[in-house]
Design a binder for this molecule. Structure first.
Ligand code: HEC
Ligand code: HEC
Ligand code: HEC
Length: 438
């Protein structure tokens, strides 16, 4: 039987509308059934504000809520998504454009439920799928800290999300699919330090917002994981924090993990691009005890956020052979442009230039965009108290063509015992054409 196109469209519309209605309804029921956690007593308000300041670093609120060169926490910065720009607003206690009229309950509802003071469902570019894990006491401390900031008058520009994404019904559907509010259940078989690390990693520090895997719709599994994923703009890959072939930290000493998060560099690896910002603005300001807790957790993550199957096998697939002209070109370009710093055998120089031989950030197939970003735009490791004057890498965006960058990266991937797949000219072109993260 042939169903007329109009009837099919009507049926589709009806099905969509019922899904929306169902999602909104089930959400209403669930929310009504969840009591608002009440604030506890505060013994020492000054200590609460100081604690809140540390928590704001753990949550890296500055990274999104501060315009370049603008007043801290006053907003004015857009989070770019594939669907448009979402503006992070003003968190200073200014009454008309900031949080001046908010109560601690309103603030808790935003972190825990992703709802604004007026009941508006917030866009998940605000990582409340992770912040929902934050305890009421920590939410109150964060709020107390934000209230201690000087008020700044700065209105939030309108979001420019493509219709219908960003509308309240679309957000209701998205939430029904992907958002599970609530605390992380403790793992009684693990130490208090491990549990504290899990609370930070999966809560305020929202590591999974970048390191989490995504499904076909681009959404992250409710509850979150750390199985690795492309950032929404596809310009960087945040490697799996489970898989030892990616950025799994199982084999690292706690002190090396602490150094990576505190200084941006350690004996085992370094951070750049969006991860450099996480370190520079966030984790480099955390107390040693919090860094240690995160490190202890990251050494053996798991529990209720069970590791996804390892992606390591991808690296074992046979790679296509490198064309001789590409190989010769790559070797020549490396000698000429790169060997001075990274060494003729890719051995680097400790403390100055990273080794490229035996570097998993170089061989990891999924991290091709990261390599292209680094060669196109160059840059620095984050400047931190532990690494105050990082060495720089020059940008090659004006010097090398897409084909040349592909050839030199293919050289890195296939020399000195490195066994990674070649980089193609098309891959370089795609990153060059996309919005650079830096
Ligand atoms: C990855 C970027 C990002 C980070 C990190 C981030 N935010 Fe936001 N935040 C946003 C965006 C984008 C919005 C706007 C969402 C909307 O309007 O739908 C937002 C909205 C908010 C709101 C709701 C404001 C309102 O008017 O309803 C609050 C409160 C908030 N953020 C607090 C925080 C705090 C506190 C931190 C740090 C612990 C933080 N945010 C970290 C991106 C971020
Ligand atoms: C804004 C996105 C983002 C967030 C949030 C984020 N990361 Fe990353 N991370 C990346 C990207 C992209 C890379 C790959 C570039 C690099 O190696 O620095 C990376 C790399 C890493 C690496 C590998 C470093 C190496 O030497 O190979 C580790 C470990 C890591 N992140 C841990 C974390 C932890 C722990 C958190 C939470 C505190 C976190 N990341 C939060 C984007 C992010
Ligand atoms: C002037 C010294 C210098 C030159 C020349 C140089 N680099 Fe770098 N390179 C660095 C420094 C410093 C870093 C670390 C900072 C960063 O990642 O931005 C780095 C980082 C990298 C990384 C990231 C390694 C990792 O662990 O993720 C790659 C890949 C890389 N360089 C490739 C190249 C290639 C290819 C060339 C030549 C086309 C080149 N570099 C030329 C100094 C240099």
């Amino acid at each position: 039987m042939r169903v007329p196109a109009r009837a099919r469209r009507a049926a589709l519309l009806l099905a969509t509308l019922s899904l929306v209605a169902l999602a909104v309804w089930s959400w209403g029921v669930r929310e009504a059934a969840t009591p608002l956690l009440a604030s506890g007593p505060v013994a020492d308000p000054a200590a609460q504000v100081a604690h809140g300041a540390v928590l704001a670093r753990a949550g890296n609120c500055l990274a999104c809520h501060t315009a370049r060169g603008g007043a801290p926490f006053a907003g004015g910065r857009a989070v770019q998504t594939p669907f448009g720009a979402v503006w992070a607003g003003n968190l200073t206690p200014e009454p008309d454009t900031g949080l001046g009229r908010w109560s601690a309950d309103d603030f808790w509802r935003a972190l825990h439920w992703g709802k604004s003071r007026d009941g508006r469902l917030l866009v998940p570019a605000f990582p409340y799928t992770h912040f929902t894990r934050v305890s009421r006491a920590d939410s109150d401390a964060l709020f107390a800290y934000l209230r201690s900031l000087p008020p700044v008058h700065q209105a939030r520009p309108e979001h420019s999300l493509r219709w219908p994404l960003g509308t309240q019904p679309a957000l209701a559907v998205w939430r029904a699919l992907y958002f599970r509010p609530g605390a992380l259940p403790p793992e009684p078989t693990r130490s208090a330090e491990w549990n504290r690390g899990a609370y930070l990693v999966h809560g305020l520090a929202h590591c999974g917002s970048c390191h989490g895997s995504r499904d076909a719709l681009g959404g992250q599994r409710a509850g979150g994981d750390l199985a690795g994923g492309l950032l929404p703009q596809h310009t960087w890959y945040a490697p799996s924090l489970y898989d030892p072939a990616e950025a799994g930290l199982g084999g690292w000493a706690v002190t090396d993990i602490v150094a990576l998060l505190r200084d941006g560099i350690s004996a085992r690896g370094s951070t750049r691009g969006p991860m450099g910002d996480v370190v520079r603005l966030g984790t480099s300001h955390l107390p040693e005890a919090d860094l240690r807790a995160m490190a202890v957790y990251l050494q053996a993550p798991g529990g209720s956020t069970a590791p996804a199957p390892a992606a390591a096998l991808a690296g074992l697939a046979p790679h296509p052979p490198v064309e001789p002209t590409v190989a010769a070109n790559g070797a020549r370009l490396y000698e000429r442009h790169c060997a001075d710093c990274h060494g003729t055998s890719g051995q680097g120089h400790p403390g100055a230039w990273p080794a490229l031989a035996g570097n998993r950030a170089v061989t990891l197939p999924a991290a091709t965009p990261n390599l292209v970003q680094t060669v196109l735009y160059g840059g620095y490791l984050p400047a931190t108290a532990g690494n105050p004057q990082p060495h720089g890498m020059p940008p090659f965006i004006l010097t090398l063509s897409d084909a040349e960058i592909a050839a030199v990266l293919t050289h890195l991937r296939t020399q000195w015992g490195n066994q990674g797949p070649p980089v193609t000219t098309l891959q370089v072109h795609q990153v060059r054409a996309g919005a650079p993260a830096h």
